[in-house]
Design a protein around this ligand. Structure first.
Ligand code: MN
Ligand code: MN
Length: 365
């Protein structure tokens, strides 16, 4: 078994859980190496205390799963077959007791929960999420190497964006140019819908790019990420198109300082809370506290938002090998929206910044 499958089997033994059924595609990829978007169809990995695990996937994906390295049983099913009785039978063949079953409660929908509850009518169902979160939070060397590649491509995307922006172009025009250049480099998927926001749109933390035209004196905010072999990057840069106002500069400088201080404060043994507050206090002291309405950052990896969550209340300690974003922002309606976001890796005594595009205010002429 892969080390990740083994770790879960060990956990099942420790907790005396008979069976674990993972159905979140990100978790399935994490433990099996098989990356698949099943849409509404069932995809899952079943793991026991001892004995081989199994994979459930649509029949048409069986070969892809084998190519991805899955060497155990696969329950394939067509669009007119029901995989659940097959799962139930295989479980009964593999293990005597099926009293405690761990499932991903956050992911499983009510219909499936009712189904699994009626098939395994003697069982109690426990959440598997906490264990998965903990495992996924600390990255392996190979995961880090993949995230590095994703970050380098995110840097490149920002470089393209900066070279494309010009007075008279629309947000979507620049966005399309960025994604076109990435596709030429073999990027097939972004971590989330790319954001290119200008003018008033930039003052919304999660705006929608559209046909707004770029003008001199505007800030342009890029927020994007690239997926490489199933792992995400996530970067934000805010640049100026021509000269900007003193107020806009002051907001930029405040975010810049807050971001730098939070990076400086990040190291093993400090809480997520203290890192968030390091940035938040700087922004509040400058008078913009109410304009920073979100957490400082989030873990990233297979999912673009995972653990740890860098909020002002999370007392979780940072550990070597964690990868997360540091992304303070200030959004003042009618004035400016500025966010600066980097992806960092916790090292033995601090953090390494994985996204490297310059952060000093860039004024594009
Ligand atoms: Mn982010
Ligand atoms: Mn982002």
């Amino acid at each position: 078994m892969t080390s990740k499958l083994n770790t879960i089997a060990e956990w099942l033994k420790q907790e005396q859980i008979d069976f674990c059924f993972l159905t979140n595609p990100d978790s399935v990829f994490y433990v099996s190496g098989f990356l698949s978007d099943p849409h509404e169809r069932l995809l899952g990995v079943g793991i026991f205390q001892s004995g081989d695990p199994f994979l459930v996937c649509p029949s048409m994906e069986k070969e892809d799963a084998k190519k991805a390295g899955w060497g155990y049983d696969i329950i394939g099913y067509t669009d007119i077959e029901n995989p659940w009785p097959l799962i139930h039978k295989l479980c009964n063949d593999r293990t005597k007791s099926l009293e405690k079953i761990a499932i991903e409660k956050e992911h499983m929908n009510v219909e499936r929960y009712e189904l699994i509850g009626s098939l395994f009518s003697q069982a109690t169902f426990l959440p598997a999420e906490e264990k998965l979160r903990k495992l996924r939070m600390v990255k392996s060397e190979s995961e880090i190497a993949t995230i590095r590649e994703a970050c380098a491509l995110a840097d490149y995307a920002i470089e393209v964006g900066c070279s494309e922006i010009a007075e008279g172009k629309t947000e979507l025009e620049v966005l399309a140019a960025i994604e076109y250049e990435l596709k030429k480099k073999g990027v097939s998927e972004m971590s989330f819908s790319t954001m290119v926001l200008t003018g008033q749109n930039g003052a919304s933390p999660h705006g929608n790019p559209g046909l707004t035209i770029m003008k001199k004196g505007d800030l342009v905010l890029f927020d994007l990420g690239v997926v490489v072999d199933g792992y995400c990057s996530d970067i934000t840069r805010t640049v100026a198109l021509g000269d900007i106002s003193e107020k806009q500069k002051e907001i930029y400088d405040t975010v810049f300082k807050a971001q730098a201080a939070a990076i400086e404060a990040s190291k093993p043994g400090v809480t997520c809370q203290s890192v968030d507050l390091t940035a938040r206090n700087i922004i509040s002291a400058a008078g913009y506290g109410e304009y920073f309405p979100h957490r400082l950052g989030h873990g990233l990896g297979i999912s673009v938002h995972e653990y740890p969550s860098l909020t002002e209340t999370n007392t979780l300690l940072l550990e070597e090998g964690m990868v997360f974003t540091i992304e303070p922002g200030i959004y003042v309606p009618g004035v400016a929206g500025v966010r600066i976001e980097d992806d960092v890796l916790v090292t033995s005594n601090g953090v390494e910044i994985l996204t490297k595009f310059p952060k000093e205010l860039q004024i594009i002429r």
